[in-house]
Design a protein around this ligand. Structure first.
Ligand code: ZN
Length: 374
């Protein structure tokens, strides 16, 4: 087995330099195809440590099927520095979130699912899957060619189109991200909730089988549409295509030592897919539905001393943070006069917190899982 390496141009800059992404593909015979990409949000770089660890782990291993790895999937976002800080989540030109401009290709292309399902009513699932991937690929090419012909490829969707097209034929799509200051957690769609325990994350956010513009959703939506269309014909499809967003800690952080643990998630998933030999393990994560994933906004401005960290479990009444407002200082009683403590109004688990202690009223302070279950 050997790696196939490709260099794909993704953006010509005003100065003439052309940014490109590199894809690394390992393949061996028939089997599932797994697509793994990192750093679509430019400051979220831990996925690159994970990809390096994965390549090391695959040395001398025999795989069945194929794996494509794309480190540094959005070079323009990673290059965008403001001082020492990487402004990686949003396009600096348009303000768009880099992970909200993918396409629900079945809807966008007007794919005739009824016709497809009727003509494959009695086919095996393997034949349906193979034929559907071919049709999706044709639909995607047609859709993007139309955009190109009409000069409608924008700064904020070109990279998304390139990545989505690369992932189109995959049976497993793993989009590696991080939070701002975060613990490790996984986004899983409802239909893959049971499978998500093989991803070995301690925290799993369960999102609807719906489209809101992200890579994970764009990758599973064609399969959700297909399942729904077959259900109308009375045939139940047990989907074996998964798509997850893996959140490996905090942005601006690259830790090879933590990558050794992080990569276990992916190696275990590869076992689950039979791309690697061996029995997959199962974790016992804390699950929370997206509707119970709450953002707590700063009730006031000030300098913030955080009392809980990402990954911490807290109870109603626990102190979460203390705000200090320098304009309120009474020099006779300085600390008490200018401080206000924020207390939890329900039990929860801290997933993300604001990376800064310099906080305006109304800024995102914490993202917390509530109503968790196992
Ligand atoms: Zn991200």
């Amino acid at each position: 087995m050997s790696w196939t390496i490709k260099d794909i141009p993704v953006k010509e800059l005003s100065t003439g330099e052309v940014l490109s992404i590199k894809t690394f593909t390992l393949s061996n015979g028939e089997g599932p195809h797994i697509h793994i990409q990192a750093s679509v949000h430019g400051a979220e770089i831990q996925g690159n440590a994970v990809i390096l660890k994965l390549m090391e782990a695959l040395k001398g291993q025999s795989i069945q099927g194929s794996i494509t790895l794309i480190p540094m999937a959005n070079p323009y976002a990673t290059l965008n520095k403001h001082g020492t800080y990487t402004y990686g989540r949003y396009n600096p030109v348009t303000g768009d979130n880099w992970n909200r401009n993918y396409v629900d290709i079945v809807k966008a292309s007007g794919f005739d699912l009824d016709e497809f399902c009727n003509s494959h009513k009695d086919s095996t699932w393997e034949d349906i899957k193979s034929s559907y991937k071919t049709k999706l690929s044709q639909a995607f090419s047609k859709y993007t060619n139309t955009l190109k012909d009409q000069n409608r490829i924008q700064d904020n969707n070109k990279i998304n189109i390139i990545l989505q097209e690369l992932a189109l034929g995959a049976d497993g799509i793993l989009d590696l991200h991080t939070g701002p200051t975060a613990t490790r957690y996984l986004y899983s769609a409802e239909y893959e909730e049971a499978i998500s325990k093989h991803m070995l994350f301690r925290h799993v956010l369960v999102i609807p089988n719906d489209f809101a513009g992200a890579m994970d959703e764009a990758s599973f939506m064609p399969w959700i549409h297909l399942k729904d269309a077959f259900a109308k014909l009375g045939r139940d499809i047990n989907l074996d295509v998964e798509s997850f967003t893996l959140e490996f800690g905090s942005e601006e952080t690259f830790r090879m030592d933590e990558g050794s643990k992080d990569v276990e998630s992916i190696l275990n998933y590869l076992k689950f897919k039979n791309v690697l030999a061996g029995e997959p393990e199962a974790a016992n994560p804390h699950y929370s539905k997206l509707k119970d994933y709450n953002t707590m906004y700063a009730p006031r401005g000030g300098l913030v001393d955080y009392h809980v960290a990402p990954g911490d479990h807290f109870k109603e009444g626990d102190k979460l943070a203390t705000f200090y407002q320098m304009k309120d200082i009474d020099p006779e009683n300085p600390i008490a006069s200018c401080s206000h403590t924020l207390v939890a109004n329900a039990d929860g688990i801290v997933i993300n917190r604001c990376p800064s202690s310099n906080v305006h009223q109304g800024m995102e302070l914490f993202q917390i899982m509530t109503n968790t279950y196992r």
